[in-house]
Design a protein around this ligand. Structure first.
Ligand SMILES: Nc1ncnc2c1ncn2[C@@H]1O[C@H](COP(=O)(O)OP(=O)(O)O)[C@@H](O)[C@H]1O
Ligand SMILES: [Mg+2]
Length: 717
């Protein structure tokens, strides 16, 4: 940590996640921890000599054999000592001089080099074709081997026809048995070599594809998660996932067509000189016809792609009907909508079918046009060649029977790479558009800088808004308009107001979800924008009306993957939130599996689980945004009964439209169209705030008339 501070970064021990079973932190986990926090770190093995010669002034972390660490802060080459500092001693203490013998008793040679990350880290570079190219070229070593083996394979493919040529011309005409044996041996050798090399090349290509695939996946997901929430709110989920799925198209292209066409071109390069050597006339013919084939394919690509696009669109619409129907099957059944859905489905199926037929037809035309040309390359050449043999004396034409057959064997290989090249031109356009689409998602500004840098003050939990004004991007009216208020640490703030008055927006600003507001928002006097975003969100627990539970056990859901939290913490949090009572009655307790959408839990149970999840990290500030609004009165009462215990030692912000649950709050904030209408205690508000009184009366009319519960008498102004 001290090494990090030297570079102006603070580490959070809560980010640190040791591997299971690791008692002493291993260098690898330490490095991962530092990299996550925006530092460059590398574990190295050093010798005493290296230590003395290190050029940098920055501290080096020596990992000692007993699991602790020391900082190397200086060296004196003349006296052959290094200066070490124990990070646990106060910063003012002078470092200790240690010589080789003493150091080697404690230290096995593992050290961490730490420095500040320079420039943009890889995951912050924009997603573009250039980025992709760099990533592929990053696999230089494998790429080089693939290319070398492909070249060799291409040569090997040319050899057998050459041998056939010799076999026919020499063996058959001269009846030479010894040549036949020699050729057979060479053939066998080639086949063996080809098999092994082919295996090696496929293996290399697989390794390379997998690496590219993994890197692409990791990068895309990391970047997606780094995007701020308002991006996801602006772009519909369907749009985001569709665009992201284009990544896989890019991957298929990179590791499939691009590579294979590239390798095919090698064959062509090796092949053509050989063909020209046998017969220039025939070679020109083959080349010309193959080019025509490639041009035909190229000409057909745009219409095929257009129809193909229509087809895919129709398929997507068809899929949407299916998903929607299965998703809403309860409503479909309850309202007897089966026939309506079927009708809709029929139409979509018809559309998709029609588009598919059309695409097939166009492809068929292309194939039909190309077939005679292809046949010409493999059979026509024989005829023309035979004609050449017959009409010109063989010394002039230079074509023997064997050469003709060898030519036939090879000629068909010319068209393939050319067609591949034609398709590639089209595919590159395709991939370019895919890259643009993915870029539309990934190249938005991320929150990464804010989650890496920033302060990590110890929170008490005092909140202050000072003239905070905020409007959502694209909206003209302000969601918050000059909001000022102060909440002392450890107190409870209730927030009420009509729907759309800005209550949730207030809590979102507090969590740093939206950061481009005007005015000042401070926690314990520290400006919110100065605080490390991850740290802030960890210190501010939130429970919303609708909480997403992940597939996994109850325990998984409470801990939610946060490091260093144990079952004990989870049980404690569950007890506080009132979830313990029902968890213990579940068949497998904390190990009970929660299904997707948590159908096996009731709304109240889900909500209490969400509160436990928010509480488990012991946040200084807890926000409940309509957390109990959707609950039945009994569950709501249960949660509220625990509220006082939960509130102990933290600042609470409770948004609720049921005023009865806010009566005990230290302050109640009344919001109206983004403004603070009033703020005060319940009794004061009932007296002086018209909006509050109105709401209160509305909700408590029955109580008022029946006198079940004594409530402060509203004074009508
Ligand atoms: N993600 C969003 N994007 C654009 N406008 C929003 C968004 N969320 C809320 N708003 C708008 O901001 C205003 C305040 O909303 P909100 O804070 O959710 O109100 P409340 O929680 O009090 O019902 C509303 O007019 C709403 O339409
Ligand atoms: Mg709301």
């Amino acid at each position: 940590m001290a090494a990090a501070r030297y570079h102006g970064t603070r580490l959070d021990s809560r980010d640190f996640r040791p591997l299971p079973g690791e008692e002493v932190p291993s260098p690898a986990t330490l490095v991962a921890w530092m990299r996550d926090s925006g530092l460059w770190a590398k574990a190295v093995r050093l010798r005493w000599r290296n230590l003395l010669r290190l050029q940098s002034d920055a501290p080096v972390v020596l990992l000692l054999s007993d699991g602790s660490a020391a900082l190397l802060v200086g060296r004196d080459v003349a006296r052959e000592v290094v200066y070490l500092k124990d990070p646990r001693t106060p910063p003012g203490d002078p470092p200790v001089a240690v010589d080789e013998l003493r150091l080697l008793q404690l230290w096995q040679g593992t050290a961490l080099l730490v420095r500040r990350m320079r420039g943009a880290s890889p995951e912050e570079e924009p997603f573009s074709l250039a980025w992709l190219a760099r990533m592929v070229l990053g696999e230089r070593r494998i790429l080089r081997e693939v290319v070398a083996s492909s070249l060799t394979l291409s040569v090997l493919q040319v050899l057998p026809p050459f041998l056939v040529m010799i076999a026919i011309d020499r063996v058959l005409t001269h009846q030479s048995m010894s040549t036949l044996i020699l050729i057979s041996l060479i053939m066998a050798l080639i086949v063996g070599y080809e098999t092994v090399l082919g295996y090696a090349r496929r293996e290399l290509v697989e390794i390379m594809s997998t690496r590219i695939d993994v890197r692409l996946n990791l990068h895309v997901f990391a970047r997606l998660l780094a995007l701020p929430i308002d991006f996801f709110e602006r772009m519909p989920t369907g749009g985001t996932t569709h665009r992201i799925s284009q990544v896989f198209k890019i991957r298929d292209f990179l590791t499939g067509k691009l590579l294979s066409t590239f390798l095919d071109m090698f064959t062509l390069v090796v092949l053509l000189p050989f063909l020209f050597w046998i017969s220039a006339t025939l070679a020109w013919m083959v080349l010309a016809v193959s080019t025509v084939i490639a041009l035909v394919v190229l000409a057909f690509l745009p219409p095929i792609r257009r129809v193909w696009g229509t087809m895919i669109e129709a398929e997507i619409k068809k899929g949407a009907v299916l998903v929607e129907t299965v998703h809403g099957i309860r409503t479909v059944k309850a309202l007897a909508l089966e026939n309506a859905r079927k009708l809709e489905w029929d139409e979509r199926v018809a559309d998709a079918g029609q588009a598919r037929l059309q695409a097939g037809r166009i492809a068929n035309w292309a194939q039909t046009l190309v077939t005679p040309l292809e046949r010409f390359v493999d059979r026509g050449v024989l005829l023309v060649g035979a004609y050449l043999v017959l009409t010109t004396p063989s010394e002039l034409s230079g074509i023997s029977t064997g050469a003709l057959i060898a030519f036939m064997m090879l000629g068909t290989r010319v068209a393939g790479p050319l067609i591949g090249l034609a398709k590639l031109i089209q595919d590159i356009e395709d991939v370019r558009s895919s890259v643009t689409q993915v870029g539309e998602v990934l190249n938005n500004p991320t929150e990464t800088a804010a989650t890496r840098g920033g302060l990590r003050p110890v929170f008490e939990g005092a909140i202050s808004f000072n003239e905070v004004t905020f409007s959502y991007p694209g909206s003209k009216t302000a969601a918050l308009d000059k909001v000022s208020l102060d909440v002392a640490a450890g107190t409870m703030l209730g927030v009420v107001g009509r729907s759309g008055s800005g209550k949730s927006t207030l809590t979102r600003l507090l969590q740093g979800m939206n950061r481009d507001y005007a005015g000042f928002l401070k926690i314990d006097g520290t400006d919110l924008r100065e605080i490390n975003l991850t740290y802030l969100r960890r210190s501010v627990g939130t429970v919303m009306q609708d909480n997403f539970l992940f597939r996994g056990t109850v325990l998984d859901n409470i801990v939610a993957g946060r490091p260093n939290l144990t079952l004990e913490d989870a049980v404690h949090a569950a007890r506080l939130s009132g979830a313990e009572e029902f968890i213990e009655r579940l068949p497998r307790g904390y190990e009970t599996w929660i299904e997707e959408s948590a159908a096996n839990l009731s709304g109240g149970q889900r909500q209490r689980l969400a509160i436990a999840r928010a509480l488990v990290a012991d946040p200084r500030i807890l926000i409940l945004d309509e957390a109990t609004s959707a609950l039945d009165p009994e569950s709501e009462a249960l949660v509220h009964a625990n509220l006082m215990r939960i509130a102990h030692g933290r600042t609470m912000v409770i948004v609720s439209h049921r005023l009865a649950s806010l009566v005990d709050c230290d302050q109640i904030l009344v919001m109206d169209r983004g403004r603070v209408a009033d703020i005060g205690r319940h009794a004061e508000l009932v007296e002086r705030c018209a909006i509050y009184r109105h709401l209160w009366m509305q909700q408590n009319r029955h109580v008022e008339t029946h006198g079940v519960r004594p409530v402060p008498k509203p004074v009508i102004a």
